[in-house]
Write a protein that binds this ligand. Structure first.
Ligand code: PEP
Length: 249
């Protein structure tokens, strides 16, 4: 059975002290979680080393990483650096990275390969903007993001890949995909994985939903057969809300 995951993306929020408090609170509440979903938090780079010391069973993710192993890339953070501070997952292709930093599917494919070669797990994000949905292009967009972003991976590589479907129009907007819209796209992605790999890979790949997921709507989203958890933005900044979402299973 594929793993259920709830991951919190803190984005560029919290100073180190607040971040440490939040991480400790998540760890404390996670001890009493009522389900077997794995919990991941993705604080800003500056917090990772300290946060990793206080999170117990909670796993650590970075929000991005470099596409190169090391060298003269001012301002970049390599996968090895992330590993050295306890990171196990890396969010790649978040819509904010795609939109504001011009990260395209080819660059993301390079990052996915690099991350996997280091035994880190990518949380590979995909999602359509509102215009693409309204024009009926949503499935083409997601197909392109997944086929190019995950190009050249083996079935074995896929054991370490998590996919996050995040409709861009639902991120940070308060709009959420309906449970039916989420299920429809998650099923589409799983069918695509059958075409690209095989049924076993498709059945074992965790596909998260992201986009204004909160305690009040998590249960109906997670109830869908192809929704294996959530990537949570705003609601991950409050430990109580975040753990309530985890407990929606
Ligand atoms: C995100 O940024 O990944 C996200 C899902 O944000 P929010 O939950 O705030 O919409």
């Amino acid at each position: 059975m594929r793993q259920k995951i709830v991951a919190g993306n803190w984005k560029m929020n919290t100073l180190l002290q607040d971040g440490l408090e939040l991480a400790k609170a998540v760890e404390e509440l996670a001890k009493s979680k009522k389900c077997d979903a794995g919990i991941i938090i993705a604080p800003p780079y500056t917090h990772l080393a300290k946060v990793s010391e206080v999170i117990g069973e909670v796993k650590l993710a970075a929000q991005n990483c470099a596409a190169e192993e090391s060298g003269a890339y001012t301002g970049e953070i390599s996968p090895d650096m992330l590993i050295s501070v306890g990171v196990e997952y890396v969010i790649l292709g978040h819509s904010e990275r795609r939109a504001y930093y011009n990260e395209d599917n080819d660059l993301l494919n390079k990052k996915v390969h690099l991350v996997l070669s280091k035994k880190l797990s990518p949380i590979y994000c995909c999602g359509e903007v509102l215009e693409e949905r309204e024009q009926g292009k949503l499935f083409d967009v997601i197909k392109e993001q997944i086929t190019v972003g995950l190009k050249g991976l083996s079935g074995d590589d896929m054991k370490n890949v998590v996919i996050a479907y995040e409709p861009v129009w639902a991120i940070g907007t308060g709009l959420t995909a309906s449970p039916e819209q989420a299920q429809e796209m998650h099923k589409f992605i799983r069918d695509l994985l059958v075409e690209m790999f095989d049924t076993t890979v498709a059945e074992n790949t965790t596909i998260l939903y992201g986009g204004s997921c909160k305690p009040s709507n998590a249960e109906e989203l997670f109830a869908n057969p192809d929704v294996d958890g959530g990537l949570i933005g705003g609601a991950a900044l409050k430990a109580d809300d975040f753990i309530q979402i985890v407990n929606s299973y």
